[in-house]
Design a binder for this molecule. Structure first.
Ligand SMILES: [Ca+2]
Length: 326
Protein backbone atom coordinates (compact mmCIF):
# COMPACT_ATOMS: atom_id res chain seq x y z
CA UNK A 1 0.00 0.00 0.00
CA UNK A 2 2.76 2.40 0.97
CA UNK A 3 4.64 1.64 -2.24
CA UNK A 4 1.51 2.35 -4.23
CA UNK A 5 1.04 5.68 -2.50
CA UNK A 6 4.59 6.70 -3.22
CA UNK A 7 4.19 5.67 -6.85
CA UNK A 8 0.93 7.59 -7.02
CA UNK A 9 2.61 10.64 -5.52
CA UNK A 10 5.32 10.64 -8.16
CA UNK A 11 2.79 10.18 -10.94
CA UNK A 12 0.63 13.05 -9.71
CA UNK A 13 3.54 15.42 -9.16
CA UNK A 14 4.94 14.36 -12.53
CA UNK A 15 1.69 15.24 -14.26
CA UNK A 16 1.34 18.47 -12.30
CA UNK A 17 4.65 19.71 -13.66
CA UNK A 18 3.58 19.15 -17.25
CA UNK A 19 1.27 21.96 -18.30
CA UNK A 20 -1.52 21.11 -20.75
CA UNK A 21 -0.43 22.04 -24.25
CA UNK A 22 3.27 21.63 -23.49
CA UNK A 23 3.91 19.07 -26.24
CA UNK A 24 2.27 21.14 -28.97
CA UNK A 25 4.09 24.26 -27.81
CA UNK A 26 7.47 22.52 -27.68
CA UNK A 27 6.89 21.05 -31.12
CA UNK A 28 6.29 24.51 -32.57
CA UNK A 29 9.25 25.97 -30.65
CA UNK A 30 11.53 23.39 -32.23
CA UNK A 31 10.12 23.25 -35.76
CA UNK A 32 9.24 26.91 -36.33
CA UNK A 33 11.76 28.74 -34.15
CA UNK A 34 14.66 26.29 -33.97
CA UNK A 35 14.70 26.36 -30.17
CA UNK A 36 16.27 23.55 -28.16
CA UNK A 37 13.65 21.03 -27.04
CA UNK A 38 15.26 20.18 -23.69
CA UNK A 39 15.75 23.85 -22.82
CA UNK A 40 12.16 24.78 -23.61
CA UNK A 41 10.85 21.77 -21.65
CA UNK A 42 13.06 22.61 -18.68
CA UNK A 43 11.86 26.21 -18.63
CA UNK A 44 8.18 25.25 -18.93
CA UNK A 45 8.61 22.72 -16.13
CA UNK A 46 9.80 25.57 -13.89
CA UNK A 47 6.70 27.64 -14.59
CA UNK A 48 3.88 27.51 -12.06
CA UNK A 49 0.18 27.94 -12.63
CA UNK A 50 -0.97 30.93 -10.56
CA UNK A 51 -4.61 31.35 -9.66
CA UNK A 52 -3.87 34.99 -8.73
CA UNK A 53 -2.95 35.66 -12.38
CA UNK A 54 -6.25 34.16 -13.60
CA UNK A 55 -8.09 36.27 -11.01
CA UNK A 56 -6.24 39.41 -12.12
CA UNK A 57 -6.91 38.98 -15.86
CA UNK A 58 -10.58 38.40 -15.04
CA UNK A 59 -11.00 41.88 -13.53
CA UNK A 60 -8.67 44.38 -15.26
CA UNK A 61 -8.75 48.04 -14.21
CA UNK A 62 -9.65 49.01 -17.77
CA UNK A 63 -13.16 47.68 -17.17
CA UNK A 64 -13.95 50.60 -14.85
CA UNK A 65 -15.87 53.64 -16.14
CA UNK A 66 -13.79 56.75 -16.72
CA UNK A 67 -14.82 58.50 -13.49
CA UNK A 68 -13.44 55.55 -11.49
CA UNK A 69 -10.45 54.91 -13.75
CA UNK A 70 -9.14 58.50 -13.90
CA UNK A 71 -8.46 58.98 -10.15
CA UNK A 72 -6.16 55.93 -10.15
CA UNK A 73 -3.71 57.70 -12.47
CA UNK A 74 -4.38 61.42 -12.12
CA UNK A 75 -3.08 61.94 -8.60
CA UNK A 76 -0.99 64.81 -7.22
CA UNK A 77 1.69 62.30 -6.29
CA UNK A 78 1.93 60.91 -9.83
CA UNK A 79 2.00 64.41 -11.31
CA UNK A 80 4.65 65.64 -8.87
CA UNK A 81 6.86 62.60 -9.31
CA UNK A 82 6.47 62.98 -13.09
CA UNK A 83 7.92 66.47 -12.86
CA UNK A 84 10.71 65.07 -10.71
CA UNK A 85 11.43 62.21 -13.15
CA UNK A 86 11.48 64.63 -16.08
CA UNK A 87 13.87 67.03 -14.32
CA UNK A 88 16.18 64.25 -13.22
CA UNK A 89 16.36 62.79 -16.73
CA UNK A 90 15.80 65.91 -18.82
CA UNK A 91 18.81 65.42 -21.08
CA UNK A 92 17.87 61.82 -21.89
CA UNK A 93 14.24 62.71 -22.45
CA UNK A 94 15.12 65.65 -24.68
CA UNK A 95 17.54 63.49 -26.69
CA UNK A 96 14.96 60.72 -27.17
CA UNK A 97 12.27 63.24 -28.06
CA UNK A 98 14.54 64.76 -30.70
CA UNK A 99 15.77 61.49 -32.16
CA UNK A 100 12.36 59.77 -32.36
CA UNK A 101 10.07 62.77 -32.80
CA UNK A 102 7.88 62.14 -29.76
CA UNK A 103 6.72 64.85 -27.34
CA UNK A 104 8.65 64.73 -24.06
CA UNK A 105 5.62 64.86 -21.75
CA UNK A 106 4.09 61.78 -23.39
CA UNK A 107 7.23 59.71 -22.79
CA UNK A 108 7.17 60.75 -19.12
CA UNK A 109 3.43 60.09 -18.74
CA UNK A 110 3.60 56.59 -20.23
CA UNK A 111 6.33 55.57 -17.77
CA UNK A 112 4.29 57.23 -15.01
CA UNK A 113 1.09 55.36 -15.79
CA UNK A 114 2.84 52.04 -16.43
CA UNK A 115 5.09 51.77 -13.39
CA UNK A 116 5.06 55.02 -11.38
CA UNK A 117 8.35 56.02 -13.04
CA UNK A 118 9.93 52.62 -12.64
CA UNK A 119 9.04 52.06 -8.99
CA UNK A 120 6.36 49.37 -9.50
CA UNK A 121 7.34 46.97 -12.25
CA UNK A 122 5.43 43.92 -11.03
CA UNK A 123 6.28 40.92 -8.87
CA UNK A 124 4.85 38.04 -10.91
CA UNK A 125 7.41 35.81 -12.52
CA UNK A 126 7.05 36.46 -16.24
CA UNK A 127 7.32 32.76 -17.03
CA UNK A 128 4.43 32.03 -14.62
CA UNK A 129 2.33 34.82 -16.15
CA UNK A 130 2.82 33.70 -19.75
CA UNK A 131 2.39 29.98 -19.05
CA UNK A 132 -0.71 30.55 -16.90
CA UNK A 133 -2.35 32.80 -19.51
CA UNK A 134 -1.07 30.86 -22.51
CA UNK A 135 -2.07 27.41 -21.24
CA UNK A 136 -4.89 28.04 -18.74
CA UNK A 137 -6.70 31.12 -20.09
CA UNK A 138 -10.16 31.33 -18.46
CA UNK A 139 -12.89 30.18 -20.83
CA UNK A 140 -15.58 32.35 -19.27
CA UNK A 141 -14.16 35.66 -20.57
CA UNK A 142 -15.48 37.38 -23.68
CA UNK A 143 -12.55 36.39 -25.88
CA UNK A 144 -9.93 33.65 -25.70
CA UNK A 145 -6.58 35.43 -25.62
CA UNK A 146 -4.53 32.28 -25.00
CA UNK A 147 -3.06 32.36 -28.56
CA UNK A 148 -1.74 35.86 -27.85
CA UNK A 149 -0.10 34.83 -24.57
CA UNK A 150 1.21 31.61 -26.06
CA UNK A 151 2.82 33.66 -28.84
CA UNK A 152 4.26 36.06 -26.24
CA UNK A 153 5.69 33.05 -24.40
CA UNK A 154 7.46 32.01 -27.59
CA UNK A 155 8.83 35.54 -27.98
CA UNK A 156 9.89 35.53 -24.33
CA UNK A 157 11.97 32.39 -24.72
CA UNK A 158 13.66 33.86 -27.79
CA UNK A 159 14.17 37.23 -26.09
CA UNK A 160 15.81 35.58 -23.09
CA UNK A 161 18.20 33.73 -25.39
CA UNK A 162 18.99 36.82 -27.47
CA UNK A 163 19.57 39.15 -24.52
CA UNK A 164 21.07 36.61 -22.13
CA UNK A 165 18.27 37.06 -19.58
CA UNK A 166 17.52 34.64 -16.71
CA UNK A 167 14.16 33.43 -18.09
CA UNK A 168 13.02 31.68 -14.91
CA UNK A 169 13.74 34.67 -12.66
CA UNK A 170 12.48 37.79 -14.42
CA UNK A 171 9.41 39.42 -12.88
CA UNK A 172 6.80 41.78 -14.24
CA UNK A 173 3.04 42.30 -14.46
CA UNK A 174 0.45 39.52 -14.21
CA UNK A 175 0.08 39.78 -17.99
CA UNK A 176 3.78 39.33 -18.76
CA UNK A 177 4.72 42.99 -19.29
CA UNK A 178 8.26 43.77 -18.20
CA UNK A 179 10.44 46.58 -16.93
CA UNK A 180 9.90 50.31 -16.39
CA UNK A 181 7.92 50.66 -19.61
CA UNK A 182 6.04 47.34 -19.26
CA UNK A 183 6.97 45.93 -22.67
CA UNK A 184 5.52 42.59 -23.70
CA UNK A 185 8.18 40.20 -25.01
CA UNK A 186 7.28 40.76 -28.70
CA UNK A 187 7.47 44.55 -28.22
CA UNK A 188 10.75 44.23 -26.35
CA UNK A 189 12.23 42.30 -29.27
CA UNK A 190 10.84 44.68 -31.89
CA UNK A 191 11.00 48.14 -30.33
CA UNK A 192 13.47 48.22 -27.43
CA UNK A 193 16.60 50.26 -28.13
CA UNK A 194 20.02 50.42 -26.50
CA UNK A 195 19.81 54.18 -25.93
CA UNK A 196 22.83 54.37 -23.62
CA UNK A 197 24.88 52.35 -26.13
CA UNK A 198 26.34 49.92 -23.60
CA UNK A 199 25.67 46.89 -25.80
CA UNK A 200 22.41 45.62 -24.26
CA UNK A 201 18.76 46.63 -24.13
CA UNK A 202 17.97 46.75 -20.43
CA UNK A 203 14.44 47.91 -19.66
CA UNK A 204 14.79 47.23 -15.92
CA UNK A 205 17.91 49.11 -14.91
CA UNK A 206 18.73 51.56 -17.71
CA UNK A 207 16.49 54.63 -17.62
CA UNK A 208 18.10 55.68 -20.90
CA UNK A 209 17.09 52.43 -22.61
CA UNK A 210 13.56 52.76 -21.20
CA UNK A 211 13.10 56.37 -22.31
CA UNK A 212 14.54 55.61 -25.76
CA UNK A 213 12.45 52.45 -26.13
CA UNK A 214 9.15 54.11 -25.18
CA UNK A 215 9.90 56.94 -27.63
CA UNK A 216 10.84 54.47 -30.36
CA UNK A 217 7.66 52.46 -29.76
CA UNK A 218 5.46 55.55 -30.21
CA UNK A 219 7.52 56.74 -33.18
CA UNK A 220 7.23 53.39 -34.96
CA UNK A 221 3.47 53.43 -34.47
CA UNK A 222 3.21 56.82 -36.16
CA UNK A 223 3.49 59.55 -33.51
CA UNK A 224 3.25 63.05 -35.00
CA UNK A 225 5.36 65.44 -32.88
CA UNK A 226 3.60 68.54 -31.63
CA UNK A 227 0.26 67.47 -33.10
CA UNK A 228 -3.08 67.40 -31.33
CA UNK A 229 -4.02 64.28 -29.33
CA UNK A 230 -7.66 64.89 -28.42
CA UNK A 231 -10.15 67.77 -28.07
CA UNK A 232 -13.43 67.98 -26.21
CA UNK A 233 -16.45 67.78 -28.53
CA UNK A 234 -20.06 68.83 -28.16
CA UNK A 235 -22.70 66.35 -29.20
CA UNK A 236 -25.95 67.69 -30.63
CA UNK A 237 -29.32 66.16 -29.73
CA UNK A 238 -29.36 64.33 -33.05
CA UNK A 239 -25.69 63.23 -32.99
CA UNK A 240 -24.95 59.83 -34.57
CA UNK A 241 -24.19 57.99 -31.30
CA UNK A 242 -24.22 54.59 -33.02
CA UNK A 243 -21.12 55.55 -35.03
CA UNK A 244 -18.95 55.86 -31.92
CA UNK A 245 -16.71 52.85 -31.38
CA UNK A 246 -15.70 51.69 -27.93
CA UNK A 247 -12.48 50.06 -29.08
CA UNK A 248 -11.42 51.29 -32.54
CA UNK A 249 -9.79 54.72 -32.54
CA UNK A 250 -8.41 54.71 -36.05
CA UNK A 251 -9.19 58.25 -37.26
CA UNK A 252 -11.33 57.55 -40.32
CA UNK A 253 -13.68 60.53 -40.73
CA UNK A 254 -12.60 64.18 -40.93
CA UNK A 255 -13.42 66.83 -38.35
CA UNK A 256 -15.91 68.28 -40.89
CA UNK A 257 -17.58 64.89 -41.40
CA UNK A 258 -17.94 64.39 -37.65
CA UNK A 259 -19.44 67.85 -37.41
CA UNK A 260 -22.08 66.83 -39.97
CA UNK A 261 -22.81 63.83 -37.76
CA UNK A 262 -23.39 66.08 -34.78
CA UNK A 263 -20.00 66.20 -33.06
CA UNK A 264 -18.44 69.64 -33.16
CA UNK A 265 -15.27 70.99 -31.62
CA UNK A 266 -13.20 74.14 -31.46
CA UNK A 267 -12.67 76.13 -34.66
CA UNK A 268 -8.87 75.97 -34.49
CA UNK A 269 -8.96 72.39 -35.84
CA UNK A 270 -8.46 71.86 -39.54
CA UNK A 271 -11.75 70.55 -41.05
CA UNK A 272 -9.79 67.94 -43.04
CA UNK A 273 -8.05 66.49 -39.99
CA UNK A 274 -8.91 62.76 -39.59
CA UNK A 275 -10.53 61.96 -36.25
CA UNK A 276 -12.48 59.40 -34.26
CA UNK A 277 -15.00 60.06 -31.50
CA UNK A 278 -14.70 58.83 -27.93
CA UNK A 279 -17.43 58.73 -25.31
CA UNK A 280 -16.37 58.86 -21.66
CA UNK A 281 -18.73 57.92 -18.85
CA UNK A 282 -18.57 60.55 -16.13
CA UNK A 283 -20.48 60.29 -12.88
CA UNK A 284 -23.63 62.10 -13.96
CA UNK A 285 -23.26 62.49 -17.73
CA UNK A 286 -21.22 61.47 -20.75
CA UNK A 287 -18.52 63.58 -22.36
CA UNK A 288 -17.45 63.38 -26.00
CA UNK A 289 -14.01 63.83 -27.49
CA UNK A 290 -12.56 64.05 -30.96
CA UNK A 291 -9.47 61.85 -30.95
CA UNK A 292 -6.67 62.07 -33.52
CA UNK A 293 -3.75 60.03 -34.86
CA UNK A 294 -1.64 60.55 -31.73
CA UNK A 295 -4.46 59.28 -29.51
CA UNK A 296 -4.62 56.17 -31.70
CA UNK A 297 -0.85 55.74 -31.29
CA UNK A 298 -1.21 55.72 -27.48
CA UNK A 299 -3.83 52.96 -27.84
CA UNK A 300 -1.12 50.86 -29.54
CA UNK A 301 0.59 50.82 -26.14
CA UNK A 302 -2.62 49.72 -24.42
CA UNK A 303 -5.89 49.19 -26.30
CA UNK A 304 -8.07 50.88 -23.69
CA UNK A 305 -9.20 54.41 -24.69
CA UNK A 306 -9.39 55.23 -20.96
CA UNK A 307 -5.70 54.32 -20.72
CA UNK A 308 -4.89 56.66 -23.61
CA UNK A 309 -6.92 59.46 -22.05
CA UNK A 310 -5.21 58.96 -18.67
CA UNK A 311 -1.77 59.13 -20.33
CA UNK A 312 -2.76 62.28 -22.21
CA UNK A 313 -4.25 64.06 -19.20
CA UNK A 314 -1.29 63.09 -17.00
CA UNK A 315 1.12 64.37 -19.67
CA UNK A 316 -0.65 67.74 -19.69
CA UNK A 317 -0.60 68.03 -15.89
CA UNK A 318 3.09 67.12 -15.74
CA UNK A 319 3.84 69.66 -18.47
CA UNK A 320 2.00 72.36 -16.51
CA UNK A 321 4.03 71.40 -13.42
CA UNK A 322 7.27 71.65 -15.41
CA UNK A 323 6.36 75.04 -16.88
CA UNK A 324 5.56 76.35 -13.40
CA UNK A 325 8.89 75.21 -11.98
CA UNK A 326 11.09 76.43 -14.83
CA1 LIG B 1 21.71 49.77 -22.83
Amino acid sequence: MRKLLILLFFCVSGFAAEHPGTDAFVKRAVSEYALQENEVRALLAEAEYKQSIIDAISRPAEGKPWHEYRPIFLTNKRIKQGVGFWKKNHELIAAASKQFGVDEEIIVAIIGVETFYGRITGSYRTIDALVTLGFYYPQNLSSDRSPFFSSELMHYIQLAAEEGLPAAEITGSYAGAMGMGQFMPSSYREYAVDFDADGSRDLWRSTADVVGSVANYLHRHGWQPGQVVTRRARASNTAAMDEISGYNFTPTLSVAQWQEKGFSSSSELSPELPAAVLKLVEKDRNTYWLTFKNFYVITRYNRSPRYAMAVYELSQEIKKGMDKSR
